[in-house]
Design a protein around this ligand. Structure first.
Ligand code: A3P
Length: 301
């Protein structure tokens, strides 16, 4: 994926997502659906999976720091999207897609996806790949997704906050229902090697959560390295880091003047957006959709 000039961005205009097997996906993803389904995972692939805006970039940097022995210089070798290909992002030629980047990448690879569990390319299950899933509470997740729609020029126009929240609640947004996504992956963790993390836990005690990731990856972590990873992956560090803040992508794609990619990085920003009625409604929908799953979320720390 190399965006060089505005000419390359012919395609980049706000386009509505398209339904694939009952889930809305970006048009490029839908158009390349059979290619994506046929993606050949390798047994030593690590998959990072999230609903969009749940803290993907954050966990990606944590994982890369762990893989690079806590050396920030090694993590600065390329921007996030080059280090860990995003296989469901398809951009038109001459840009390579995340899937093409992944295909030519030597093993071991770390791959990013936002796909709901039922749409994951089957080879990941066949190869029994490890998966790290990060979930974020629906209130902060929806607010973050709203601002991302505003700044990401290839996503559909979100309208105003009230309109966007309605779409989010009924799953009429890219990658579909947040409720189905977090629940589907939660249930899959009992059958597959999936580490299921929460954004709120990562905010509360990053060192504890980084240790969990290290254990899952079979990496022994010494105290000074852990400290370095906590520092390097703190919100302010990642916001200032051109290899993690998406500033290498042009503004005709991600317009960071509209809303920065590293926007607030907090738990509870939803309070600045939700009315009391909207908050109560989301609580009700959440209780209904997640009933019987054992899955609960914190909306403040
Ligand atoms: P906000 O919009 O609420 O600030 P993703 O990487 O999945 O697109 O998620 C982006 C969200 O994660 C944004 O949330 C961003 O600020 C937040 N984020 C990114 N890096 C973070 C970090 N190191 N600590 C906390 N939040 C982070």
């Amino acid at each position: 994926m190399d965006l060089k000039s505005e000419q390359d961005s012919n395609f980049i205009k706000r386009s509505k997502p398209v339904e694939v097997e009952g889930v809305l996906l970006a048009r490029g993803t839908a158009e390349n659906w059979s290619l994506l389904r046929a993606f050949a995972a390798r047994p030593d692939d690590l998959l990072i999976c999230t609903y969009p805006k749940a803290g993907t970039t954050w966990i990606q940097e944590i994982v890369d720091m762990l893989q690079q022995g806590g050396d920030p210089k090694k993590c600065a070798r390329a921007p996030t999207q080059k280090r860990m290909p995003f296989i469901d992002l398809f951009l038109p030629k001459p840009m390579t897609s995340g899937l093409e980047d992944a295909e030519v990448m030597p093993s071991p690879r770390t791959i990013k996806t936002h796909l709901p569990v039922q749409l994951l390319p089957p080879s990941f299950w066949e190869q029994d790949c490890k998966v790290i899933y990060v979930a974020r509470n629906a209130k902060d997740n929806s607010v973050s997704y709203f601002h991302f729609h505003r700044m990401n020029q290839i996503m559909s126009d979100p309208g105003n906050w009230d309109q966007f929240l309605e779409d989010f609640l009924v799953g009429k947004v890219s990658y579909g229902s947040w409720f189905d996504h977090v629940r589907g992956w939660w249930e899959a963790k009992d059958r597959h090697p999936i580490l299921y993390l929460f954004y709120e836990d990562m905010k509360e005690d990053p060192a504890r959560e980084i240790q969990k990731v290290a254990r899952f990856l079979g990496i022994e972590l010494k105290e000074p390295v852990l400290k370095r990873i906590v520092q390097h992956t703190a919100f302010e560090s990642m916001k200032a880091n051109p290899m993690t803040n998406y500033s290498t992508l042009p503004s005709f794609f991600l317009d960071q003047d509209v809303s920065p990619f590293m926007r607030k990085g907090t738990v509870g920003d939803w309070k600045e957006h939700f009315t009391v009625a909207q908050s109560e409604r989301l609580d009700e929908v959440c209780a209904w959709e997640l009933r019987g799953s054992g899955l609960t979320f914190r909306t403040e720390l």
